[in-house]
Design a protein around this ligand. Structure first.
Ligand code: TXA
Ligand code: MG
Length: 523
């Protein structure tokens, strides 16, 4: 199929695109946030084509786009006074509201949910297209799975050429990241995805707001920018990073003072280049100028300025373009400037932390250290080997996180087994002789970001013992498979207990554990 790019809204092609979407085909169209890949929301076959073109399973609900407020009512069960206020204040614009759905909306659109997300984009071409099409249009961002959302028609063409008949070109998107998603089914609005319409904006209208970014006026922790309860995370917290993962590693230059941000950027660039890798920089004019003045060989660095220092709006608008360009330029490590997590800084940090993959924080220049807790039965072989290997590698790659270990069936202060000590020494020159076993406790689990068991049985026992933390438990194999690039089944294998076998078996087990940890750390 040949993909036609439409640049003139008065051309015959524009009207062909309108009739094409009415007939069940896909049309990519611009909005002020990102480009959308639209299909008739009332036609299940048409909606199924979206998932085919994007190359992703239909596990994430889609946003339904309409041109005018009157078109909302038939699609939803009811519009509460709160929802009405938000509609009147922010639509059309970069916001999506989640309502209880009416029977008109097929379940393929909502991924089986009883709620539906509705958006009225303000972009003039989106308005014109939706108005003429005169149907509700289901549209995710117009990118293939695994790449950032598209903010120019060129990006859409790169991702979907040959798969869809029409792309309407509306120039670069002014907002540049996806809309703020707000659940309005309850008493107070809940922000599910942060965007250009911020918690502060919404609070002014509704008096109260919860969800991502609602509680971070004085708190700029990374956690606040990536609340885990977003609908982007249908299965488990780690899963969502796949959707955003750029090829390059992302590190943040996170400091209040410009000179410190320059210094962090320079340090990372130096380190990257001395590893023989190519560095990319996404930052303001001044940082870029400082780094360019350093005279690095041109083929080792690629710079992308978003504009003036502190212009968060521009940094947000150009972020996805920059990430795509960094991949095209085959950059290995991107240093991106961090922003304070407030206002639209929440949306910026949310997207960049997702792109970086914060769970191990392997890529993030960290302020706060996250702990990973490895657990086995005795805490004398498998989990101490995992802890020691993880800590050795985490230091080497500046991961900003560290490991601890515990046993589910042990007593305190046992040394590591002799074979484990030998195996770690021989394989990795790591000294386990100082290890002392400890029993798992609620506090150890509470303080850990993630708890990795050696076997599925241990995982399920921990889930039972600490149900309040059930989202923290994975097996090491399963957790590592979340970080592999391939969209394959989770690895549900166990790491068996080598207790009582010879050193060779211990080495084999140590090697397997190390392999998983390398994947988790992105090595
Ligand atoms: O700016 C945007 O929102 C763009 C443009 C094209 O409108 N669209 C977009 O769509 O970003 P997509 O599919 O990439 O993201 C849709 C988001 C997901 O986070 C999804 O989980 C959430 O909206 N969503 C959709 N329906 C929902 C529902 N019923 N309940 C909760 N969240 C929902
Ligand atoms: Mg998307």
């Amino acid at each position: 199929m040949e993909t036609v790019i439409i640049r003139d809204e008065k051309s015959i092609e524009f009207f062909k695109a309108v009739s094409s979407i009415r007939q069940g085909n896909l049309v990519a169209f611009p909005t002020e946030t990102v480009y959308g890949l639209g299909a008739n929301a009332l036609d299940t076959d048409a909606v199924a084509r979206i998932f085919e073109a994007k190359g992703r399973p239909s596990d994430n609900p889609l946003i339904v786009h309409v041109a005018r407020k009157e078109q909302i009512l038939p699609l939803v069960e009811n519009v509460t006074p709160l929802a009405q206020k938000l509609i009147d204040s922010f639509m059309p614009g970069p916001i999506t509201l989640v309502f209880n759905k009416s029977r008109a909306i097929p379940y393929i659109v909502t991924a089986g949910l009883e709620t539906v997300a509705i958006r009225i984009p303000s972009h003039p071409l989106a308005q014109k297209f939706l108005d003429l099409a005169d149907i509700p249009v289901a549209a995710p961002s117009a990118n293939v799975s695994g790449k950032p959302s598209t903010t120019t028609a060129g990006h859409v063409y790169d991702d979907l050429n040959g798969k869809i008949p029409f792309i309407i070109d509306g120039g670069p998107c002014s907002v540049g990241v996806e809309s703020t998603v707000v659940d309005v089914t309850g008493e107070i609005p809940v922000i599910l995805r942060p965007g250009a319409i911020t918690a502060e904006h919404i609070r002014k209208i509704s008096g109260d707001v919860s969800g991502i970014g609602s509680d971070c006026f004085n708190d700029d922790s990374y956690e606040t920018a990536i609340n885990q309860n977003t609908p982007d995370t249908p299965m488990s917290p780690g899963m969502k990073y796949r959707h955003y993962a750029p090829k390059a590693k992302i590190l943040l230059a996170d400091a209040k003072l410009l000179e410190d941000r320059i210094k962090i950027t320079r340090d990372i660039v130096d380190r990257t280049i001395s590893d023989g890798q190519k560095a990319g920089i996404y930052a303001n004019d001044k940082i870029i100028a400082a780094l360019e003045a350093d005279g690095y060989p041109q083929k080792m660095i690629h710079t992308f300025s978003y504009g003036n220092d502190g212009d968060i709006k521009s940094a947000l608008a150009k972020l996805f373009s920059a990430l795509r360009e960094m991949d095209l330029m085959k950059v290995d490590v991107v240093v991106a400037e961090a922003f304070p997590i407030k206002g639209i800084g929440v949306a910026y940090m949310n997207r960049i932390l997702k792109a970086a993959g914060i769970f191990t924080k392997k890529n993030v220049h960290e302020k706060k250290k996250d702990k990973i807790l490895f657990v086995c039965s005795g805490n004398t072989c498998r989990s101490p080997m995992a802890e020691a290997y993880f800590n050795a590698r985490a230091v080497e790659c500046n991961a900003g996180c560290f490991a601890d270990s515990a046993g589910m069936n042990t007593i305190d202060n046992l040394p590591a087994s002799e074979e484990a000590i030998l195996a770690m020494k021989e394989l990795y020159d790591i000294d386990l002789s100082g290890h002392k076993s400890k029993m798992i406790t609620k506090k150890l689990v509470a303080d850990a970001k993630i708890v990795l068991a050696m076997t599925n049985y241990q995982k399920s026992m921990m889930k039972e013992a600490f149900p309040q933390f059930s989202e923290k438990f994975y097996t090491i194999a399963e957790y590592a498979s979340i970080f592999t690039e391939k969209e394959e089944e989770l690895d549900n294998s166990d790491i068996p207990d080598p207790f009582g076998s010879g050193v060779e078996t211990y080495k084999e087990i140590a090697g397997r554990i190390a392999g998983y940890i390398d994947i988790i750390l992105g090595l």
